[in-house]
Design a protein around this ligand. Structure first.
Ligand SMILES: Nc1ncnc2c1ncn2[C@@H]1O[C@H](COP(=O)(O)OP(=O)(O)OP(=O)(O)O)[C@@H](O)[C@H]1O
Ligand SMILES: [Mg+2]
Length: 329
C-alpha cells in the first residue's frame, strides 16, 4: 500500500512542482497520474523511490515513512520503467533484465529461467533476442525489455513513467494488453499483488491501465476516481475539457457490461468457445463480437455463468450513449 499525505515539492529555484498531493494505492491496484506536460507527474512519481525528496507531507509504504528506508534497498524493491533512460547499451538483453536479480544475489539458474519466462510473456523469443544488444532491437522491442526489466525481481511496487510512449499505436495497444495480463497473471512465481503507479498524458492509456486515475494540473490533483467516475462525473470544467471530444469513445471504454447482462437459467452448450466476462467494458465486448458470427454470447463472472448479452443489447447501449451525449449539448 502506498499512501501520499499532502505531499509537496518545491525545487531549489522556488518552483513548486507538486502541491499537497494525497492518494492511496492498494496492493493489486494501478493508479495512473494523468495530466499535460509539466503538471508534476514525474516529480510526484520520483518521490516514491526517493529520486526526488518531498519538501513537505509524507509518503508511506506499508505504513512506513519512505524517509525511514535505506534509499538503495528502497529502489531495489521497486521496479522502475521509464521511456527515455532506457537500457544499458553495452549490456545484452539478458544482462539488462538480470540487473536487479543479480544485485539481490539470485542464483544463476533462477535468473536464467526468469529471463526466459518474462521474454515469453511479452511475446519475444528468448533464443532470438537474449544475446542481442539494445541497438540490435526495434524501438518497440526495446521498450518491452525496459518493462520486463522493471518486473524482473518480482517487486511488489512498480513505477512506470510513460513506458510505452515511443511505441506506434498498434504495438502500444499490444504491450498495454500484455502488461495488464501480466499484472493479473498467476504464472509469475510470487503471490504478491503488484501496486502500480503509472504516468501518462494520454487519457486513453490512462483509462486502459487504471483502477484509479489522478488527473493533475499545475502540481495539484484536480480529480481522483475510477476511469468511469472521471468520464461520467467530471468534477469541474477542467476535467470536462480534458475528456471533451473523446466522450463517446471514453464512455464505451469505461462502461462495464455487467449492468446490461440479461440473466438466464438456460446454461450455454458445452464447450463454450467464445464468452464474455463481467469485467469487460462495452468496447471490449464489441471487440469480442467482431471475431465471431454469434448474435448472443454468454457472460461469466469468473467461472460462474451469469446470463447473456446479445449483440442487439450492446448496440442499444451504444445508441443510448449517443443519445445521452446529444442531450448534453
Ligand atoms: N529540478 C528541477 N528544478 C526546477 N524545476 C523543475 C525541476 N524538475 C522539474 N521541474 C519543473 O517542475 C514541473 C513539473 O515537472 P515534471 O517533470 O514533474 O512534469 P511532468 O508532468 O512529468 O511533465 P511531462 O509530461 O512533460 O513529462 C515542470 O514545470 C518542470 O519544469
Ligand atoms: Mg514526466
Amino acid at each position: 500500500m502506498i499512501i501520499f499525505e499532502e505531499v509537496s515539492k518545491t525545487f531549489d529555484n522556488g518552483f513548486q512542482a507538486v502541491n499537497k498531493v494525497s492518494f492511496q494505492v492498494s496492493p493489486g491496484e494501478t493508479l495512473v497520474l494523468l495530466g499535460t506536460s509539466g503538471c508534476g507527474k514525474t516529480t510526484a512519481m520520483k518521490m516514491i523511490n526517493r529520486l526526488i525528496e518531498p519538501t513537505s507531507g509524507q509518503i508511506l509504504i506499508n505504513g512506513k515513512n519512505i524517509m525511514d528506508f535505506d534509499p538503495i534497498d528502497l529502489r531495489r524493491s521497486i521496479g522502475y520503467a521509464v521511456q527515455h533512460i532506457g537500457l544499458f547499451n553495452h549490456m545484452t538483453v539478458s544482462e539488462n533484465i538480470a540487473l536487479v536479480p543479480k544485485m539481490l544475489k539470485w542464483d544463476q539458474g533462477k535468473i536464467e529461467s526468469r529471463i526466459d519466462e518474462l521474454l515469453t510473456l511479452v511475446s519475444l523469443d528468448p533464443i532470438e533476442v537474449k544475446d542481442r544488444y539494445p541497438s540490435e532491437l526495434s524501438g518497440g522491442q526495446r521498450q518491452r525489455i525496459g518493462v520486463i526489466r522493471a518486473l524482473a525481481a518480482d517487486p511488489p511496487i512498480i513505477l512506470m513513467d510513460e513506458p510505452f510512449g515511443a511505441l506506434d499505436p498498434l504495438t502500444r495497444e499490444a504491450v498495454q494488453n500484455e502488461f495488464n495480463e501480466l499484472k493479473s497473471s498467476t504464472e509469475l512465481d510470487s503471490n504478491i499483488e503488484k501496486t502500480v503507479v503509472f504516468v501518462t498524458h494520454d487519457m486513453f492509456e490512462a483509462v486502459k491501465m487504471a483502477d484509479q486515475i489522478a488527473l493533475m494540473d499545475q502540481g495539484s490533483i484536480v480529480q481522483i476516481g475510477t476511469p468511469r467516475d472521471l468520464v461520467e462525473n467530471p468534477a469541474n470544467e477542467f476535467v470536462e475539457q480534458f475528456i471533451s471530444g473523446h466522450k463517446f469513445q471514453l464512455s464505451l471504454m469505461t462502461k462495464p457490461i455487467k449492468d446490461y447482462v440479461e440473466p438466464s437459467d438456460i446454461t450455454p452448450e458445452q464447450p463454450v468457445k467464445v464468452k464474455l466476462s463481467t469485467k469487460h467494458t462495452i468496447i471490449e465486448a464489441l471487440d469480442v463480437y467482431k471475431n465471431t458470427n454469434k448474435s448472443k454470447l454468454p457472460v461469466y463472472k469468473g467461472k460462474k455463468f451469469m446470463g447473456y448479452l446479445p449483440i442487439k443489447s450492446l448496440y442499444n447501449v451504444v445508441i443510448g450513449v449517443l443519445e445521452e451525449m446529444g442531450e448534453g449539448e
